[in-house]
Design a protein around this ligand. Structure first.
Ligand code: SAM
Length: 284
């Protein structure tokens, strides 16, 4: 498949590597070779990518300021029978990247929008995290402003899902500080950095330890990040376990020792165990 006649008309959203240039699918290469034109987030970035695979195509820049006009041009081309590819700078278009408005415009015109799946940092990080994550919520980038970021985290803290964020090196320290401040410190955090690149690193640790861990080595703050927070402990189940443990321990130990032992056995916070132990002893 190497000429436009072999590719049905439509807008092809083509996923491209997130670091390692070998991470491109055979179908992505076929589409890039066979399409009439490649629309892209940044023509300089995509020109390097295409040159690497020996592909030469007319490039059309689709950025925020010209998106509406560029979309019209692409809609017209597809309506005339062209296959147009869209690539963002890295990964899957429209995942924390431009591409959604273009896809919407082409769909609105009743024309085909075809995904060509491939790399995406969120999927790569989740698969390598080692955390068992049946249900996860992809949030993308947290707000840049501290107040808005903290509010967003307040809204997310009790959701019974793993949480996945994208983060840049400029804000990684602040973001992890806020996560540790607002979410349960016992949640496990996976820091997935520079995936598929030379300095790739995936590290999982309790959230409460993350701010110090990040500061202990400046290299840990460099590069591109995916942050994954494990599912929060289920409060109801935890409370039941703590109460059951204390019921037994209070038969043998004074309040403070029972609370300490129960906290160690169940993973509950010491003050929570102490308050409950006290209440239970008083109620006896
Ligand atoms: N569309 C892309 C995708 O499908 O993953 C995401 C684009 S978004 C503008 C860029 C962010 O994705 C980075 O700030 C980082 O959070 C994450 N990211 C991209 N490449 C990465 C990599 N190689 N390792 C870790 N995170 C990465």
């Amino acid at each position: 498949m190497d000429n436009n006649a072999d590719l049905a008309a439509g807008l092809y959203l083509v996923a491209t590597p997130i670091g390692n240039l070998s991470d491109i699918t055979l179908r992505a290469l076929e589409v890039l070779k066979a399409c009439a034109m490649v629309a892209c987030e940044d023509t300089r970035v995509s020109a390097v990518l295409l040159a690497h695979y020996g592909i030469s195509k007319p490039l059309l820049s689709v950025r925020e300021h010209n998106e509406a006009r560029a979309a019209q041009r692409i809609v017209a081309a597809v309506a005339e029978g062209a296959a147009v590819a869209y690539v963002s700078d890295a990964g899957t278009p429209a995942i924390s990247d431009p591409g959604a408005r273009l896809a919407a415009a082409v769909r609105a015109a009743g024309l085909a929008v075809i995904p060509v799946p491939g790399p995406s940092a969120v999927a790569a990080a989740l698969s390598a995290s080692g955390q068992a994550l049946d249900h996860w919520l992809f949030y993308g980038f947290l707000p840049a402003r501290a107040g808005e970021r903290r509010q967003a985290l307040q809204n997310l803290r009790a959701l019974p899902y793993a949480l996945v964020f994208y983060e840049s090196p400029h804000r990684i320290v602040e973001a992890v500080d806020d996560l540790a401040d607002i979410l349960d410190q016992d949640r496990m955090l996976t820091v997935a950095r520079e995936l598929t690149k030379r300095f790739e690193a995936v590290h999982t640790l309790p959230l409460g330890e993350a701010p110090a861990w990040l500061r202990a080595d400046a290299n840990r703050q460099r590069g591109e990040f995916v942050l994954i927070l494990g599912v929060p402990a289920k409060p109801a189940e935890d409370a039941e376990t703590l109460r059951g443990t204390l019921t037994v321990l209070l038969d043998y130990l004074p309040v403070s020792q029972a609370a300490q032992a129960a906290a160690r056995l169940t993973g509950a916070k010491k003050n929570a165990a102490y308050s409950l132990a006290l209440a239970m002893r008083t109620a006896k």
